[in-house]
Write a protein that binds this ligand. Structure first.
Ligand code: ZN
Length: 456
């Protein structure tokens, strides 16, 4: 690294090179280390290309940073690695209202993308709790999911084109603007979800949608788990394609997440075993509200829900979402492991019962909070481990991950693999899949300089 330090300073200027950076990550629950002695802050794609050319020549490892809100240690760094922060790639280059696209540099925050789309009377369909800190480049590099996947799909579905810098400094410009383009391989797909291991995303063409200003939100409660999937299909049909979120919340999470100085009294006074945060979005306020109310009433009549509270203003909507997003409340049972498993809805209840029993009998652990994107077959299970002992962590992980293979489940529905789930990748991917991933990695990055040691 010392060999190229001067060249990097010459390339980026003194303001583009930070020695001994102090890095604090938003989503770093597990305390993955940030030991890089050097942080680079390029301003242009050409600078990113020049950095990689130099690093590749000297076989210097590089770890890319977006908003550092990832959950799996994918941006953690060692003492011999250089960090590359993309926050100065800040331009929203253009919005095409007719073609419904936005071209942005990768360091733009997700929230800024959403706001720019709204200002153009359009809508960007990716949303997640860390919108204020996450960057669009990081969202794409990790194929982020979030709250509206049920209607619009994951980050992958919102991307039409990419500009990527490859490990050797080649700028691969694939800034497609078309919804349909089958002219050969769709190269962008290789980089989406690759967690910084195949190339560095510097620019993206995003797909925008028509604005959906008429939002209706309710928190409902039910007494049996099997009513939740039935409620989901009931509401989905009743809303005729307008359902944009269906977030399941177990009482274990609700009890924690309704506590906090920024929150009022819990919206539902009585306790229930299960809750769902339901949201629809459309264009016409009056008719949407009517359809939404009718959908809830028919669910109530069909005994699918026992209680409900309907948000009557944007403020009340935000208050309901604040409960769902109150991840900070998990501090009450820290230290915790936050799992992000995928499994068929029909298997969820038995799976949760099984892991609860095993955690209790094998490790004496009983602090568990559950919530998740039920419509996406994705649960976040939070286990209080009572200790930060790595051996305990691994035993808890074994208990949760081992049953997933037989269920055709996933150890990571939306957070990615990073460092945290690397040792369990084989539960979700077979040997041939992992060998093909390694083949791609060697092809794109023969010197193994891009985020080495992450994923596999
Ligand atoms: Zn999630």
């Amino acid at each position: 690294m010392d060999l190229i330090r001067e060249q990097l300073i010459a390339l980026l200027g003194p303001s583009g090179v930070v020695e001994a950076p102090r890095i604090s990550a938003v989503g770093n629950w597990r305390g993955h280390p940030y030991n890089s002695p050097l942080l680079l802050r390029p301003e242009t794609t050409e600078q990113v290309a020049a950095i990689l050319r130099l690093c590749n020549q000297h076989q210097q490892a590089v770890v890319v940073h977006g908003g550092l809100s990832g959950m799996v240690g994918g941006t953690s760094s060692g003492e011999d690695e250089i960090c590359l922060n993309l926050e100065r790639l800040q331009k929203i280059e253009s919005i095409d209202k007719l073609g419904r696209t936005m071209t942005v540099e990768s360091g733009v925050r997700l929230q800024a993308v959403q706001e720019a789309a709204a200002a153009a009377e359009l809508f960007f369909a990716l949303d997640l709790g860390a919108r204020g800190s996450a960057t669009i480049g990081g969202n794409i590099a990790t194929n982020a999911g979030g709250n509206q996947v049920i209607r619009y799909g994951m980050a992958r579905e919102q991307v039409l084109g990419l500009e990527v810098v490859l490990a050797d400094g080649t700028i691969l410009s694939s800034l497609n603007h078309l919804l349909k383009n089958n002219a050969g391989y769709d190269l962008k797909q290789l980089f989406i979800g690759s967690e910084g291991t195949l190339g560095i995303i510097t620019k993206a063409v995003l797909r925008l949608r028509p604005a959906m200003p008429a939002r209706n939100t309710a928190l409902v409660a039910t007494d049996q788990f099997d009513k939740l999937p039935r409620l989901l299909s009931h509401i989905e049909s009743a809303l005729g394609g307008k359902l944009s979120a269906f977030e399941a919340i177990w009482d274990s999470y609700y009890q924690l997440a309704t506590q906090g100085p920024h929150l009022g009294a819990p919206p539902l006074a009585q306790r229930h075993p299960y809750y769902a945060l339901i949201e629809s979005s459309g264009s016409d306020a009056e008719s949407e509200a009517e359809v939404f109310l009718a959908a809830l009433e028919s669910a109530l009549n069909a005994d699918l829900i026992q209680d409900a509270v309907l948000a009557k203003s944007e403020k009340e909507q935000d208050a309901l979402w604040a409960i769902r997003d109150n991840i900070d409340a998990l501090a009450a049972i820290a230290p915790v492991i936050i799992f992000d498993v995928g499994l068929p809805i029909g298997a969820m209840e038995a799976y949760l019962k099984h892991i609860e029993t095993e955690l209790k009998s094998q490790l004496g652990l009983n602090k568990i909070a559950v919530f998740g994107h039920l419509g996406d077959s994705n649960l976040h299970i939070v286990v209080g481990t009572e200790s930060e002992d790595l051996d305990i962590y691994h035993r808890v992980e074994d208990i949760l991950y081992a049953p997933l293979q037989a269920l055709g489940g996933s150890i990571s529905a939306e957070h990615g693999i990073g460092l945290e789930k690397k040792r369990y990748l084989h539960y979700s991917r077979n040997a041939e899949e992992i060998a093909t991933m390694a083949l791609l990695k060697r092809t794109f990055d023969p010197n193994n300089i891009l985020n080495p040691g992450k994923i596999f």
